[in-house]
Design a binder for this molecule. Structure first.
Ligand code: ACO
Length: 321
């Protein structure tokens, strides 16, 4: 029988410090009304000075392992999707592996910015389906607060820190459950729409996030919709059969725009952006965890996840949980 990658546990973590729109309005020329109307974001979390991306990743992973009824000795693959690693190298995943006590298999970072979790899930699925690993921790973890220009009102109001993780296990007896299809796409010609203006090779610095927001917005609605349709087509599934849509939590207007374009009922779209802003690679597993813990997403449901981010990168993953 063919191996299937089954999602057996999900967990997430948000740092304690809440940064509200009202506080941001003291720092830059903006207002709670503007941010809520244009983005749906009300507050975001900021990691403590001594909290690294790996710390957030470990917190989320411990919860995902508990939800799966697994521990570190069961895991033989750790993938951390992040654009804000602890250090230039080694991989943040190496530190996460060591902190969790995983002592077998490979651990590496994956860089696809806001699409990172979808890319990491698809990568892990390929490892598991080929029998190259038995159980993976797939993590999205970010400390975007460290790469924001806090004087640029067009970007600093959008992002926050957080982490989410899933346990993915290779099973022969999965039945209907598991990763059913994924679709990934990169178009490097749109590099300049969303990037960080620093890096070890080009500037020998970390840099700050730069974005042409309205251009990204237009690309997002078009490509996210296309990716969702493609992931469904690959599985021979229609959008009507999907129980829950778990989008990258970038902006409520993007979520609404995609739902409108595809004729999806808004009450099937999980939205958590109001309480944590755009946490980049962490946002899909964060939303998945919140909607699983509050009882909306149940075992056996068909879930379609999607994202778009810097690169540009975009993709979707159809999973029966
Ligand atoms: N407060 C008040 N005014 C603002 C703010 C702010 N925080 N930010 C921008 N403005 C102003 C601009 O300066 C501009 O003023 P002007 O007309 O005097 O020049 C005006 O608002 C309109 O600017 P636009 O950029 O055209 O505003 P828009 O309606 O497009 O909203 C936003 C901006 C929210 C960034 C939107 O473009 C957006 O959400 N884009 C998607 C970007 C995104 O989500 N990126 C995340 C990474 S990619 C992803 O995750 C999908």
């Amino acid at each position: 029988m063919a191996l299937r990658s089954v999602l057996t546990g999900v967990g997430s973590y948000l740092p304690d410090r809440v940064l509200t729109n009202a506080e941001l309005a003291h720092r830059v020329d903006t207002s709670d009304e503007w941010i809520v109307e244009r983005t749906g974001i009300r507050e975001r979390r900021i990691a403590a000075d001594d909290q690294r991306t790996s710390d957030l990743a470990c917190e989320a992973s411990v919860k995902a392992l508990a939800a799966a009824g697994r521990d570190a000795k069961d895991i033989d693959l750790v993938i951390v999707a992040t654009a804000t690693p602890d250090l230039t190298f080694p991989a943040t995943a190496a530190r996460v592996q060591a902190e969790l006590g995983v002592t077998q298999g490979a651990a590496f970072d994956l860089q696809a910015v806001c699409s990172g979790f979808i890319f990491a899930l698809s990568t892990a699925d390929n490892f598991l389906a080929r029998g190259q690993a038995k159980a993976a921790l797939v993590i999205g973890a970010e400390t975007f607060s460290r790469i924001l220009d806090w004087e640029d009102r067009g970007t600093c109001v959008l992002f926050g820190d957080g982490a989410g993780a899933v346990v993915l296990e290779a099973r022969e007896d999965a039945g209907e459950r598991g990763v059913i299809s994924t679709f990934l796409r990169t178009d490097g010609r749109m590099h300049d729409l969303l990037y960080v203006d620093g890096g070890p090779s080009q500037t020998q610095s970390v840099g700050k996030l730069r974005m042409i927001g309205n251009a990204v917005f237009r690309q997002a609605v078009e490509h996210i919709s296309g990716a969702m349709l493609e992931a469904c087509a690959r599985a021979g599934v229609t959008l009507d059969e999907v129980d829950w849509f778990v989008p990258h939590q970038a902006n409520q207007r993007i979520l609404d725009g995609v739902a409108r374009k595809l004729g999806i009922a808004v009450d099937k779209v999980v939205s958590t952006v109001a309480v944590h802003g755009n946490t980049s690679a962490a946002s899909v597993p964060l939303a998945l965890d919140i909607a699983t813990r509050d009882g909306r997403i149940k075992k056996g449901d068909l879930v379609l996840m999607e994202a778009l981010g810097g690169g540009l990168t975009w993709g979707a993953a159809l999973v029966r949980v």
